[in-house]
Design a protein around this ligand. Sequence first.
Ligand SMILES: [Fe+2]
Length: 435
Amino acid sequence: MLRQEDNELLTRVGPGTPMGALLRHYWMPTLLSEELPEPGCAPVRTTLFGEKLVVFRDHNDNIGAIEEFCAHRGSSLFLGRNESEDSPDGQCGLRCVYHGWKYSYDGRCIDQPNEPKAKQFKDKIQLTAYPAREHGGVIWIYMGPKEAIPPLPEYEWTLVPETHRYISKRRHFSNFMQCVDGTLDSSHVTFLHADAPLWHPSWTHQMKGARKNVLAPPEINVRSTDFGLLVGARRDSENNMDYWRITNWIMPSNVTVPRDDDEPIGAHIFVPIDDETTWAWNISYVPDRPLSHRERTFYQTGGHIHAEMIPGTFDPVRNKENDYLINRDLQRTVAFTGISGIVMQDAAVQESMGPIADRSREHLGSADTALVAARRRLMAEARALRDTGALPSGRDPQSHHLRSISAVLPKNADWLQETIELRAVDVASYRRAAE
Ligand SMILES: [Fe+2]
């Protein structure tokens, strides 16, 4: 349970809020690279932290992330022409279609053709512009203070070859913290994502050993680190061994969930569109092999941690308007929720809590240890930044070189010590392969 004022601190991200200031100190994924497929292509509109932006790739391959509206009379630059140096003024840039004012990727006004030459004042016009870079299949934007800009992130999925990853983004209709809470919450997996037959007595009685333990609640272990948290969920396994799943949370909203065997690892980043809407980024990747055609098709149709989208949008087919196409027959017979797709099962319950969950009315237990730790960390660092200017953690790319894993370990083993090698990312080999 949180005090109402702490819930406000945790969830409000607009300009001037402490959490908004904290989140702006990180590079945030903003567009898929394929949304800006080539130099000179059409500009894209997006909203981040309540700020409306237009993002474009100019003819010289510079990426601009500038405020959406022309400084002259405020019409949208989304309608603009992405012009090359072959245009009459000889410069690359985005030209407003209303009166022809033109902007460079860094937000400078570079042409003002509706004014006579002697009366032009273009040098006095500057749109808000944010640094934007392409890396790992994604366009990243940094909206924080220029003097505190960190190096680009190096999460493992950004380093693997393009063939080894699948990236999607989905518009999610709640505050970002409901998503962060949800991914740090190991005990929900046994319910929300379970097969319905697991909950039928005739099945449960026949099950033995590890399978039966799927229904047992995990013991949650949380270790605080310089970048965030490591969360170890321990369940009893066969032959006096323990089954561990280690989830990584890197400040402020990156969560990586482990795989079994040769399955893909799942990575999430939650980026506020505004207080009540979130870009949920979902990445499936395998460190050591290309994804198969079958896997990619599966993800496009809502498999693993991806959602089936309404074509041409980032909005899921299963959504609040249609009750996520919940099927009560399937709920009895196939899937615990009756909702198809893991990520839409998560979205349904998270969105059902309302746009900003009222955490002052919660009743948290030991199963919630990890999300409590993450909330405390976020609030402490947001306050520290506001009160002392202390830069938040998790911005050093060195701290991103970390894999989420599952392992069977002897009873009473040190879950972190015993898994150091399994969790390490061989960055040097990725760099060699990229050369
Ligand atoms: Fe989930």
